[in-house]
Design a protein around this ligand. Structure first.
Ligand code: NAP
Length: 246
């Protein structure tokens, strides 16, 4: 198994891509901390992890709350003694064209998608530095490379994630820590819920593979990047979009 005995914290693991990633990681032998905002979602993912006989613990935390993130890392260290991988996956959308976007919409998305990534990484970095090893994986988006209509806030957050990843790759590479970003295209999860069906169908048409992605297809990418097979991949920004933007 690719991730045998590696300890991974996954944020936004209560549903969607994060849930699929948690399940994939335990199947690959990892010990997983399922972090999500909603305790019920944490329990749902834990149940799925346990179905695979994987080792997992749950932690309900808001990525905006530095104190609870530190407590989560302490709980992880108390149980398993190390943190090998952090998957910064929690994210939201609050779309509007610039002229209609409120300051709250901007601040909420930046607070979770960008500052939340900073908060979680700060919470684990000292542990990884002490270990002289670790992998920091991050959900950006193709919107973080190309922008998107109605997503000023989301694009800013996802471009920002890539900027932090490249900075961490430079700062931490010599310390045995790798940082990478994954840029999903359109993946069938509840985050697409606000997109009208007609628009979704048109988007599907634009994908050379003719379909939306599945959460498991992003989870597989994270699993590879977390594994020792990706030992020389650092500062990479990997599109997983079915070729949407070629
Ligand atoms: P999703 O199904 O909406 O899941 C998002 C998860 O993040 C939920 O479990 C949610 O928890 C959690 N979350 C939200 N705010 C949080 C907070 N403050 N603290 C902790 N957890 C929080 O979305 P997804 O499609 O799986 O997206 C996962 C990541 O991939 C996001 O960063 C997203 O931007 C990125 N992405 C997705 C797509 C796509 O097409 N699906 C494309 C590109 C990038 P609750 O359920 O408790 O609210």
């Amino acid at each position: 198994m690719r991730l045998q005995d590696k300890v991974a914290i996954i944020t936004g693991a209560g549903r969607g891509i994060g849930q699929a990633t948690a399940v994939k990681f335990v199947k690959e032998g990892a010990k997983v901390v399922v972090c999500d905002l909603t305790p019920e979602s944490v329990e749902e993912t834990l149940a799925l992890c346990k179905e695979t006989r994987g080792e997992a613990m749950g932690y309900a935390a808001d990525v905006r709350d530095i104190k609870s993130l530190k407590d989560m890392v302490d709980a992880t260290l108390a149980k398993w003694g190390r943190v090998d991988c952090l998957v910064n996956n929690a994210g939201i959308v609050a779309d509007a064209q610039l002229k209609n976007m409120t300051e709250d919409q901007f601040d909420n998305v930046i607070g979770i998608n960008l500052k939340g990534v900073f908060n979680c990484t700060k919470a684990v970095v000292d542990t990884m530095l002490a270990q002289q090893s670790g992998v920091i994986l991050n959900s950006s988006s193709i919107v973080g490379l190309y922008g998107n209509f109605g997503q000023t806030n989301y694009a800013a957050s996802k471009f920002g994630v890539i900027g932090m990843v490249k900075t961490w790759a430079r700062e931490l590479g010599r310390k045995g820590i790798r940082a990478n970003a994954v840029c999903p295209g359109f993946i069938a999860t509840s985050i697409l819920g606000s997109i009208p069906e007609k628009v979704l169908n048109a988007l599907e048409e634009k994908v050379p593979m003719g379909r939306l992605g599945r959460p498991e297809e992003i989870a597989n990418t994270f699993a590879f990047l977390a594994s020792d097979e990706a030992s020389y991949i650092n500062g990479a920004v990997i599109e997983v979009s079915g070729g949407l933007v070629i």
